[in-house]
Design a protein around this ligand. Structure first.
Ligand code: ATP
Ligand code: MG
Ligand code: MG
Length: 574
C-alpha cells in the first residue's frame, strides 16, 4: 500500500505527538485515552454525500494512522429535521466506506442529544458566572443591535439583569412556560468584538418540538455552536476537524471550553478545532436542500438514484469504497477552497476496477450478423481451444461462448461504404469474430428507409481461434459478438453526469437549468450468456464500453439489469 499522502492535519497531529499534548489523559475511569481522538459528527437530517465521505476519510483515516480512534457521533440537537431513517443510512454508508467506530472492542457511537442534561448545566454555570443572560429582545431587535463589520453592536437592555433572574427564566423556558422565540439565552462576551460570533451569541432557544431521541422532555435546545464544543470535550476529542466556514467560530469554541473547564466541567488538555477546505467536485451539487428537491420533484428516482452524489447513489452506480477513499486521499486536505474535477473521482474508479473487474462481452447498439454458410440450429463452443479469460491476470468466472448462425454485433462495426482506414466489416472484407472464426462480409439487408437491418457473411470452417488452420488467416479486425440464440437480452442504463455545467449552483444559479438532458439513456443490450448469473452489485468491464454494475435494486434472479458506472476513457465533452 502506498504511503499516506501528507497534509497539514498530519503535521499538527505529529507535532502534538512529539510534544505529548494529549499524552497523559485518562477517561475518568482510570483508562488511558489514545492521543488522537477524532469524530465524524453528521446531523441525521439527510443522506451522506461525497463531501461527507471526505470528512469520514479524514477523521477515521487520521485516527487509524495514528493509533487513535474516531467517534461516530450524531449531532442531533435540532429537534425538527431529524429522523431514524437518516441515522440508519448514515451508519450504513460509513460502514460501507470501510470504517468502524469500534476501538479495542468498544463501540464509540454517540448521540449529542444524550448530553442535553450536561449542556443545560453548562448553560446554568455560565449564567451564574455572569457570562450568560436571558434576552427578551425579539429576533429583529437582536439583528439591529448586532452592529456591522465596521460598527460595534449595542448592548441588550437585558444584558445586566441579575443571574438569579436569568436562571429562573431559563428554567421557565425549559418548563415550556414561554412560546418559541419569546426569550433566548445568550453568552455575554463583547458586543464590540470584531468577530461577530463573539457579540453575545445565542446559545439556547425555545422550541416546542418533539425530539426523535428525547421526546417531549425538552422545550429548550442548544445552538450548534454551543453544543458542539461541549460534545467534543465530553468525548475527550483531541483534534476536532471541521470545514473552513467554522473558522470564525473557533474563538467562541475556545472561550466556551476554557470557561467550562474553570467551572470543573472538563479537564485539560481541551480539544482543539482545525479547519480544512470542504471538498467541491465539479458537475455535482451537495446541498441537502437541493438534493432533496431533485428527489421530491422526481427529477431522479430517489436518494439512491445512480446519478446522485450521495453515498447510496454512488454505490448503486458502481462506485467502490476503495475508489472513493483513493480520491479522498489523493485530494488531501487543504486550507484553501478549490474545485476538484469530477474526472478525478472517475479516474480513481477506473484505477480501482481495472485490476479486479472481470471482463465480459456486451453488444450495446445491436446489429444482426448472419453467417449464411453456418448450419441452422447448430451451436459450437468457442471457449476452447482458446479460453477467453475473464481477466487478463486472473480468471475466476467460467465463460460460455457458443457461436450460432445469427449473432449480434455492434452497429458501428459495419459500414456499407467504409471510410479510409476502416478495417471492420464491409462487403468483401474479412474479420475475425473474437475467439471464433474468420468471416467474410457479403452484403447487407435494408429496410424501406435504407437503414441497414442485417449484415451477411460466410465463415471459414478451418479458421477457428487456436486451431492449426487459424494462422493462415491474417485479418486486421477482431470483433466482439454474442450469439442471438444464447445472448442475455437485458436493460442497460447508460448514465452520464446529472449536470452539464461544471458549477451547477455556483453564484445562486438555477441548478435545475443546468440539468444534463442526456444523463440517462435506457437501452436493451445483448450480453454474453455467462452474465445471466451476475449478482446484484457485481461489477464487470464490458470490453470497449466501460464498467457496469448489476443494479442492486432492479435486478432479478437470472435477469440482471446493468448501470454504467464509468466509460473506459474520459470522454466527457469530447
Ligand atoms: P450539507 O451542507 O450538505 O447540509 P452539512 O455540513 O450541513 O452538509 P453535516 O451532517 O453537518 O452536514 O456534516 C457532517 C460533517 O461532514 C461535518 O463535519 C461537515 O463539515 C462535513 N462535510 C459536509 N460537507 C462536506 C464537504 N463538502 N467536504 C468536506 N466535509 C464536509
Ligand atoms: Mg452541518
Ligand atoms: Mg451545510
Amino acid at each position: 500500500t502506498p504511503a499516506p499522502s501528507t497534509n497539514f492535519l498530519r503535521g499538527i497531529i505529529e507535532s502534538d505527538l512529539v510534544s505529548g499534548t494529549y499524552a497523559e489523559r485518562s477517561n475518568g475511569q482510570g483508562e488511558a485515552l489514545p492521543q488522537v481522538v477524532t469524530r465524524f459528527p453528521p446531523e441525521p437530517n439527510g443522506y451522506l454525500h461525497i463531501g461527507h465521505a471526505k470528512s469520514i476519510c479524514l477523521n477515521f483515516g487520521l485516527a487509524a494512522d495514528y493509533a487513535g480512534r474516531c467517534h461516530m457521533r450524531f449531532d442531533d440537537t435540532n429537534p425538527e429535521k431529524e429522523e431514524q431513517e437518516y441515522v440508519d443510512t448514515i451508519l450504513d454508508s460509513v460502514k460501507w466506506l470501510g470504517f468502524s467506530w469500534e476501538h479495542d472492542g468498544k463501540s464509540h457511537l454517540y448521540y449529542a442529544s444524550n448530553y442535553f442534561d450536561v449542556m443545560y448545566a453548562c448553560a446554568q454555570a455560565l449564567i451564574r458566572k455572569g457570562l450568560a443572560y436571558v434576552d427578551e429582545q425579539n429576533a429583529e431587535q437582536m439583528r439591529e443591535n448586532r452592529g456591522t463589520l465596521t460598527e460595534p453592536g449595542k448592548n441588550s437592555p437585558w444584558r445586566d439583569r441579575p443571574a438569579e433572574e436569568s436562571l429562573r427564566l431559563f428554567d421557565e423556558m425549559r418548563d415550556g412556560k414561554h412560546p418559541d422565540g419569546s426569550l433566548i439565552l445568550r453568552a455575554k462576551i463583547d458586543m464590540a468584538s470584531p468577530n461577530m460570533n463573539l457579540r453575545d451569541p445565542a446559545i439556547y432557544r425555545i422550541r416546542h418540538a418533539t425530539h426523535h431521541n428525547t421526546g417531549d422532555k425538552w422545550r429548550v435546545y442548544p445552538m450548534y455552536t454551543f453544543a458542539h464544543p461541549i460534545e467534543d470535550a465530553l468525548e475527550n476529542i483531541s483534534h476536532s476537524i471541521c470545514t473552513l466556514e467554522f473558522e470564525d467560530q473557533r474563538p467562541f469554541y475556545d472561550w466556551l471550553l476554557e470557561q467550562l473547564a474553570e467551572e470543573g466541567f472538563f479537564k485539560k488538555p481541551l480539544p482543539h478545532q482545525y479547519e480544512f477546505a470542504r471538498l467541491n467536485l465539479t458537475y455535482i451539487i451537495t446541498s441537502k436542500r437541493k438534493l432533496r428537491q431533485l428527489v421530491d420533484e422526481k427529477i431522479v428516482s430517489g436518494w439512491d438514484d445512480p446519478r446522485m452524489p450521495t453515498i447510496v447513489g454512488l454505490r448503486r452506480r458502481g462506485y467502490t469504497p476503495e475508489a472513493i477513499r483513493l480520491m479522498c486521499d489523493r485530494t488531501g486536505a487543504s486550507k484553501n477552497n478549490s474545485w476538484i474535477d469530477f474526472s478525478v473521482l472517475e479516474g480513481a474508479l477506473r484505477e480501482d476496477l481495472d485490476p479486479k473487474a472481470p471482463r465480459a462481452v456486451a453488444v450495446l447498439r445491436p446489429l444482426k450478423l448472419i453467417i449464411d454458410n453456418f448450419p441452422e440450429g447448430v451451436s459450437i463452443d468457442c471457449s476452447a481451444p482458446v479460453y477467453p479469460p475473464a481477466h487478463p491476470e486472473h480468471d475466476t468466472a467460467h465463460r460460455h461462448f457458443p457461436i450460432t448462425r445469427e449473432l449480434w454485433i455492434e452497429r458501428e462495426d459495419f459500414m456499407e461504404v467504409p471510410t479510409k482506414g476502416y478495417f471492420r466489416l464491409f462487403p468483401g472484407n474479412k474479420v475475425r469474430l473474437r475467439y471464433g472464426y474468420v468471416v467474410e462480409c457479403t452484403g447487407c439487408d435494408k429496410d424501406e428507409h435504407g437503414n441497414v437491418i442485417a449484415v451477411h457473411c460466410n465463415y471459414f470452417e478451418d479458421s477457428k481461434s487456436g486451431t492449426e488452420g487459424s494462422s493462415n488467416y491474417k485479418v486486421k479486425g477482431n470483433l466482439h459478438w454474442v450469439s442471438a440464440d444464447h445472448a442475455l437480452a437485458t436493460e442497460v442504463r447508460l448514465y452520464d453526469r446529472l449536470f452539464s455545467d461544471p458549477h451547477p449552483d455556483a453564484g445562486g444559479k438555477d441548478f435545475l437549468a443546468a440539468l444534463n438532458p442526456n444523463s440517462k439513456e435506457v437501452i436493451t443490450a445483448y450480453l454474453e450468456p455467462t452474465l445471466k448469473n451476475a449478482k446484484p452489485g457485481e461489477i464487470y468491464q464490458f470490453e470497449r464500453h466501460g464498467y457496469f454494475v448489476a443494479d442492486r435494486v432492479d435486478s432479478t434472479e437470472g435477469q440482471p439489469i446493468f448501470n454504467r458506472a464509468v466509460t473506459l476513457k474520459d470522454s466527457w465533452g469530447k
